[in-house]
Design a protein around this ligand. Structure first.
Ligand SMILES: O=C1O[C@H](COP(=O)(O)O)[C@@H](O)[C@H](O)[C@H]1O
Length: 233
């Protein structure tokens, strides 16, 4: 596994933020998929602050999400809503560069819209960069243990959180795996034990989607802080 271990979560997100600057200097639209939950909030706050808020050429970056919850953007559970509040409200980015999942719509309708936008904008399904998180149960995006079909050829699915029953829309494993680059950003002591299992057990023997989903023809890397990496050898 390709682990990059940083002294703190802030160091890890600053490295990602510097990559945003570089991607935005390419002379083309760059498609980046963001993760949700609590971990990437530090990244969004960092990107919204100096020097990144002005160094990134925002008009060159297009933003997507690995998953979102079926709630309106004003709900703190909305992955899009959090990025809007922490980042988009503080920078100048064209509205057409934001490709959100419409959590406020009925799930079937939002799924169709998301799939149509994916097919229209990224016809080969190859994202430049997909940033993912990992839940304490080993889920990534909204692909949960024991309910993920790793061979599903669709672009996106409707998923149900196994405990809360919350309805979500998620990219499929197959779509994620087509990316040129996948970066798992995982921080904090609470994720140390599961990372140890992922390091020491063959992925096929684990139920964790985060252990199994890797770029087929691209790079897969894990950005960890010291706490998350505490039990790694
Ligand atoms: O439910 C979700 O959880 C994972 C991990 O979230 P975290 O709070 O442990 O950082 C996240 O990657 C996913 O996008 C989100 O919807």
């Amino acid at each position: 596994m390709n682990y990059l271990i940083f002294p703190t979560a802030q160091h890890a997100v600053e490295k990602i933020a510097r990559e945003f600057v570089l991607y935005s200097q390419l002379n083309r639209p760059v498609h980046i998929s963001l993760s949700g939950g609590s971990t990437p909030k530090l990244l969004f706050k960092t990107l919204a602050s100096a020097p990144f808020n002005t160094k990134v050429r925002w008009k060159n970056l297009h933003f997507w999400w690995g998953d979102d919850r079926m709630v309106p953007p004003s709900d703190p559970e909305s992955n899009y809503g959090e990025v809007q509040k922490l980042l988009f409200d503080h920078i100048r980015i064209p509205a057409e560069n934001i490709h959100r999942i419409r959590g406020e719509e009925p799930a079937e309708q939002a799924l169709k819209r998301f799939e149509a936008e994916l097919s229209a904008v990224i016809s080969d399904g190859v994202f430049d960069w997909i940033i993912l998180g990992m839940g304490g149960d080993g889920h990534t995006a909204s692909l949960f243990p024991h309910q993920t079909d790793f061979d599903d050829e669709r672009l996106a699915i409707i998923a149900k959180h196994p405990e809360s029953g919350q309805i979500r829309i998620s990219k499929t494993a197959k779509l994620i795996e087509r990316a040129k680059r996948i970066t798992y950003l995982v921080t904090g002591l609470a994720k140390a034990e599961i990372l140890k299992q992922i390091q020491t057990t063959p992925a096929e023997q684990l139920p964790y989607p985060a252990a199994r989903i890797r770029a087929t023809n691209g790079v897969t890397e894990w950005y960890l802080d010291k706490d998350a990496a505490k039990l790694l050898k």
